[in-house]
Design a protein around this ligand. Structure first.
Ligand SMILES: [Zn+2]
Length: 270
């Protein structure tokens, strides 16, 4: 295993730079390019791979060429972007939030007022925090990633296995959840009882984590009866994780015993 495999996700308004070793080729003709690339540029709106970058940031197009015409000229500079990881993540400016909500028939101001939820910015970079139940890379802000790994280790020492179900999700990814559910015939109002609108989910911040345990279904209320949940109630606060949506929360969101958020300054709270 190369020593210098990157373990960060570099985040931009419309693009993400993924460490290439974390991605699988979707087409045979991608495989060779991916095998030699350090980074892969992915369009957030639809997950399309746009370009490979070598460690120096030189871009080569992913085929088919027509989907990437002109893209390399607007690629952010890799070396500049890597400077980000010398500092804690900072929030990306909100991008196309009104447009995403409008596509669901929602108004940002009205939704914010009626839900009491705040707009949640994406961070400009994220840390690999391990892998989730489905062996997908788990991205969190660095402090949350460290806290999660420490908490998982502490739980294991107490005989409890904690599994991540979902960490960071982009605004675009959240919109995709709505689009898929609507395509299955669900109304936006019904989806909003389970998912915050794009731009308003704590998962956008890279500090929220859905947790389960082996044998427990993902994101089910029954998790509250598991030994893992009991352990979390007793111990998660020590690691800075708090339950965001308890029963009868004021946001109209269902009780979510699986959803925990890392509050970064908990050590300094009075
Ligand atoms: Zn969640």
């Amino acid at each position: 295993m190369p020593a210098s495999r990157p373990r960060v996700l570099l985040n931009f308004a419309e693009l993400e730079f993924w460490p290439a070793w974390l991605l699988r080729a979707r087409r045979n003709d991608h495989a060779r390019q991916l095998a030699t690339a350090a980074w892969l540029v992915r369009r957030k709106a639809d997950g399309v791979y746009l370009a490979c970058l070598d460690a120096q940031g030189q871009a080569s197009h992913i085929t088919p060429r027509r989907t990437v015409t002109g893209q390399s000229s607007i690629l952010p500079d890799l070396q500049q972007a890597l400077l980000r990881i010398k500092r804690p993540p900072s929030p990306l400016p909100f991008h196309a939030l009104e447009k995403r909500l409008g596509s669901l028939g929602l108004d940002a101001e009205h939704y914010a007022r009626s839900s009491g939820l705040a707009r949640m910015a994406e961070p400009n970079w994220l840390q690999l925090a391990g892998f989730d139940r489905y062996r997908r890379p788990l991205w969190l802000q660095p402090a949350a990633a460290r806290a999660w790994q420490r908490m998982q280790t502490a739980a294991r020492e107490d005989g409890i296995v904690l599994e991540a179900i979902s960490g960071y999700r982009s605004h675009d990814y959240q919109l995709g959840i709505f689009q898929r559910k609507r395509a299955r015939g669900l109304a936006v109002d019904a989806i909003l009882q389970v998912n915050a609108a794009p731009g308003f989910s704590e998962h956008h911040t890279g500090r929220a984590l859905d947790i389960s345990a082996p044998g427990e279904p993902a994101a089910e209320e029954s998790f509250e009866h598991s030994p893992a949940f009991a352990w979390l109630c007793d111990n998660a606060a020590r690691f800075g994780f708090h339950l965001s949506y308890p029963r009868h929360n004021p946001h109209g969101i269902c009780y979510e015993p699986w959803h925990w958020c890392h509050l970064p300054h908990h050590r300094f709270a009075s």
